[in-house]
Design a protein around this ligand. Structure first.
Ligand SMILES: Nc1ncnc2c1ncn2[C@@H]1O[C@H](COP(=O)(O)OP(=O)(O)OP(=O)(O)O)[C@@H](O)[C@H]1O
Length: 404
């Protein structure tokens, strides 16, 4: 990686391709073009331009907003993902601004970014991200195809990491607004989960009106379906719990073709929202009154699929009233996650669990304020600064960002 003086690089990507064979620094002979780009680092602290070389780009995802490629870094041989989104000059790209602020083991890491321009003078923002091999959607599908269930240790590990990441994002008053299996990336061998796609995310400001047509329908919180513009971060908790229910049911818990039917599907399970519930979701709701019908209930729907502890988690999150949804840290302290706290627990192949208890100081402090630290962390592995075991949590200097 060669450092270049600021301002000496053109604004846009410098593309040099070598057609000849070259020996990459990581020792592999490359028989294909290598692309060189002038990038900026993902984290703002040292925002100089660098030259990065990559090769073998292939499309892996075609989203609403852009194209995602997989490529290999010339220097290290590491796989990366490049998300290329057309720049709309009228708006500042929120995804880049937010991703620069977020640094967490359960959030996909922004490595570099650069701008590029095509032959028609369309301009693009390219986000170079750490690569993860699968989406959670693909993982669930692979189990479904062989009529198997995701083993319960993975359900616990993945839900723990998802809720921990949401807690971290919400600490920054950022709401993701598109939590769904397609936006959760996994390395199933290591049992790691990371949230991606901050294209819909937003930092909430008091008094701001927010758009309601956000979040993929099946995972959309009821307050959005009731057209609330003053929702909070708890919309992500609803989405997370629908993801959890989907793990057990092997298909989305609430699926409909339109917003009205989506509400109907929720009512069929949870029963109709009370007047108080509707007021909590959207005090300005002026739609048709909803008759008082009972739902079949989560316990009946998930009978034979989910344990009582799993139902406790789902029941604490799948609530109409956004303020009644449990705090993510409260959920992490529930019995459902107790296996993860036992020293003898391993992955099915005997490998150790990923380091899910290495928390940032700031996350730990927050868990103190809600007095949950004792129940989130394993016994005798108390969090940072108080530990007899240095493994339990890394200090800010190791992990956190100066902005904290
Ligand atoms: N870092 C990554 N590693 C591996 N795959 C990735 C990565 N980032 C994105 N992808 C793949 O690309 C797909 C689309 O990415 P992303 O959701 O960020 O784009 P999008 O344009 O916002 O898509 P959508 O409109 O479907 O939400 C993901 O579902 C995933 O399959």
């Amino acid at each position: 990686m060669r450092r270049v003086e600021p301002n000496t690089m053109p604004l846009y990507v410098t593309k040099k391709t070598h057609k000849r064979t070259s020996l990459a620094p990581h020792g592999k002979r490359i028989l294909m073009p290598v692309t060189t780009v002038a990038v900026r680092a993902g984290y703002a602290r040292n925002d100089h331009e660098f030259e990065i070389k990559y090769y073998d780009p292939k499309v892996i995802g075609n989203g609403t907003f852009g194209v995602v490629y997989i490529a290999t870094l010339y220097e290290t041989g590491d796989k990366i993902a490049i998300k290329k989104v057309e720049i709309d000059k009228r708006f500042k790209n929120r995804e880049l601004q937010l991703m620069k602020r977020l640094e967490h083991p359960n959030i996909v890491r922004l490595l570099y970014h650069y701008e590029s321009v095509d032959d028609h003078k369309n301009e693009y923002l390219n986000l170079m991200l750490e690569f993860l091999p699968k989406t959670f959607h693909q993982l669930l599908r692979s189990y479904k195809q062989v009529d198997a269930c995701l083993p319960s240790i993975y359900v616990k590990l993945y839900m723990f990491q998802l809720l921990r990441a949401l807690n971290y994002i919400h600490m920054h008053k950022i709401v993701h607004r598109d939590v769904k299996p397609q936006n959760l990336l996994v390395n199933h061998e290591l049992a790691l989960l990371k949230i991606c796609d901050f294209g819909s995310a937003k930092e909430l400001q008091e008094g701001d009106s927010n758009i309601t047509y956000i979040c993929s329908r099946y995972y959309r919180a009821p307050e959005l379906l009731f057209n609330s513009t003053e929702y909070g971060t708890t919309i992500d908790l609803w989405s997370a719990s629908t993801v959890m229910a989907e793990i057990y049911l092997k298909s989305p818990i609430f699926s409909a073709d339109n917003a009205i039917d989506q509400i109907v599907q929720i009512i069929k399970v949870l029963g109709a929202p009370t007047r108080k519930d509707i007021e909590s979701m959207n005090p300005k709701y002026a739609g048709v009154p909803i008759s008082d019908v009972p739902g079949i209930g989560l316990a009946k729907l998930l009978k034979g699929h989910a344990s009582s502890h799993a139902l406790e988690v789902l029941g604490s999150l799948l609530k109409y009233n956004p303020n009644e949804r449990a705090h993510p840290l409260e959920i992490l302290s529930m019995q459902f996650f107790d296996d993860l706290r036992k020293p003898e627990t391993t992955l099915p192949d005997g490998a150790p669990l990923p380091p899910i208890f290495e928390w940032y100081q700031r996350e730990v402090e927050l868990s103190y304020t809600v007095k949950l630290q004792a129940s989130i962390f394993p016994t005798r592995r108390t969090p940072a600064g108080r530990s007899s075991n240095s493994e339990s949590s890394k200090s800010d200097s190791n992990l956190s960002k100066s902005s904290w």
